[in-house]
Design a protein around this ligand. Sequence first.
Ligand SMILES: [Zn+2]
Length: 237
Amino acid sequence: MAFQNLPTNPTDSQEKAALAGVLLAEQEATKAGDASIMQNAGYQVVQIEPSIPGVTGSGVNGATTRCALKNGRRNGPDFEINSGASRSLSQYADTTLHEFGHAMDDLLGNYTPSGNNGSSFSNSIDGQAAILSDYMRMGTTNDAIYINSINNGDIVADLYEAIMANDAGRGSDTIVNVNVSATKMLADFGITAGEVKDALTAARNNAAIGVFKGTRDCSQPFNFNLNPTFFEVQQAL
Ligand SMILES: [Zn+2]
């Protein structure tokens, strides 16, 4: 099953590169088993846009909405890819994998070493401990580049991007948020990357029995801490 809402006949060269990149990422996520996990959970629509409305700041390459809540309503795109970002096909693929990484982070809370955390992998006790262990181990020469990724809640999405790019033979690709290669990030965050890989394996093994159906977490949108009732009200409007 393909993600929906992609342009069928792009005219602009950047839109063409973005579309090819999204399709490559989708192919890789499908092969890994993650596309069906995301789609069963409720992440279904990728949209390519010349800019991302409501998201400010230059260099924003993509966005993921935990509950497809856009401009105060549901049924917006789940993943948005900025075709105005002037990037290459493989960079668009990696951006898309990063956005998929936010969705997978959301869905992997029950697959940490002690399990049943319920929340996202990065917010779980195990996830936080692993991230901190890796971070403390690095020392000042390497740790500064990862601060934004950790503080912005991007660290697991960045690691998913690195894992998937590396698995596809693109280990030398730059992970844009941290400006190091996929292979370097995976080495620096070895403990966390190992736990994310184990979580992915467990999740992929369980995907066939439908445990992810409708499990997308609407109560914890990214970077906000609002009561879920708020979203039900927005939906009703
Ligand atoms: Zn991100």
